[in-house]
Design a protein around this ligand. Structure first.
Ligand SMILES: NC(=O)C1=CN([C@@H]2O[C@H](COP(=O)(O)OP(=O)(O)OC[C@H]3O[C@@H](n4cnc5c(N)ncnc54)[C@H](OP(=O)(O)O)[C@@H]3O)[C@@H](O)[C@H]2O)C=CC1
Ligand SMILES: O=C([O-])CC(=O)C(=O)O
Length: 271
């Protein structure tokens, strides 16, 4: 069985550990790492099987087959390249880190040279299967519109730097319009889905993003619209936010677990 290390013991990290612990994902949990010892200890305490421990990402790179990053874009920038250079696979949730084309290229080349893989789950969005197929021919436009409750956007660098206060918002309000490259920097914890969509084929610069703060909803809603040689595709998903982190949808954790199941399964279904 593959040996896994988890960087980030928040909502997604906890769900993944639990899936490995229950046997739903046939893997061995080597260890976990978080800035917060308290969060790492809490996850470890909740587990019943194996002998996972607190460890550093460097120890994971030394000992694991696969590292799951479910922490932050900074963690991807710090650990994706050393993991790839050492032939260790990585699953990345904070996908926005790949908006830097030099970094993306370096990681991809290191993975190719060292026979390792970088896995990017579909996360909190759907439609990546159709978009990837459509991208084999010409695409003419790809856009993502994200609607989140105010709690799902609060504290993002764009709102803070532009002194945008959403606390008294009464109706849906467009707070950002731009490229995916700009969006994932402006809202690093809120729209990694736009990075995933960009990587499916149309790129960070050409993928258009709109972010709407909506005080009338409790779900995180993502709409994807694609035009191309294949025709026209529209996808809308209404995600329940996680109970622990309102920025993150429950589906993102399910998608990470599903990707682990796919990695460890000899049968590969779907695109
Ligand atoms: N691809 C997708 O579709 C989606 C991606 N995400 C992204 O996935 C990631 C995990 O989400 P979620 O579990 O909800 O996040 P949480 O905030 O619940 O948990 C992340 C944990 O990782 C810690 N952390 C952050 N950076 C580092 C680091 N460099 N080293 C060690 N620990 C670190 C955080 O500490 P602290 O709180 O102190 O920073 C926090 O404890 C986030 O980046 C999120 O934006 C989320 C939803 C969808
Ligand atoms: O979970 C979501 O709905 C989207 C999200 O936070 C992200 O893409 O970073």
């Amino acid at each position: 069985m593959i040996k896994i290390g988890i960087i980030g013991c928040g909502f997604i990290g906890t769900q993944i550990c639990s899936a490995v612990d229950s046997g739903a994902v046939p893997a061995v949990l080597f260890g976990v790492f978080d800035f917060s010892d308290e969060k790492a200890n809490a996850v470890l305490k909740s587990l019943k099987s194996g002998n996972p421990k607190k460890c550093t990402p460097e120890e994971m790179i030394e000992s694991c087959d696969l590292i799951v990053e479910c922490a932050s874009q900074d963690a991807v920038l710090k650990y994706a390249l050393p993991a790839a250079e050492n032939g260790v696979d990585m699953m990345v949730l904070s996908v926005g880190a790949f908006q830097n084309p030099d970094f993306y290229q370096k990681v991809k080349e290191a993975a190719a040279a060292n026979n390792s893989k970088i896995y990017v789950p579909s996360g909190a969005i759907a439609g990546t299967d159709g978009l990837k197929s459509a991208a084999v021919a010409n695409l003419s436009s790809v856009s993502v519109t994200t609607r989140k409750p105010v709690s799902g956007l609060a504290g993002s660098p764009y709102l803070v730097e532009n002194s945008i206060d959403l606390s008294n918002l009464k109706e849906p309000t467009l707070v950002f319009e731009g490229s995916a490259a700009e969006a994932v920097v402006a809202f690093p914890k809120n729209v990694n889905v736009c990075a995933t969509i960009s990587l499916c084929g149309f790129g960070f610069e050409k993928t258009a993003v709109r972010i709407i703060a909506d005080p009338t909803i409790s779900e995180n809603i993502h709409e994807l619209e694609v035009f191309g040689d294949f025709g026209h595709m529209k996808m809308m998903i209404e995600n329940k936010p996680s109970p622990l982190n309102p920025k993150t949808s429950y589906l993102a954790a399910l998608s990470a677990v599903s990707t682990l199941k796919k990695i460890t399964d000899p049968m590969q279904i779907g695109v």
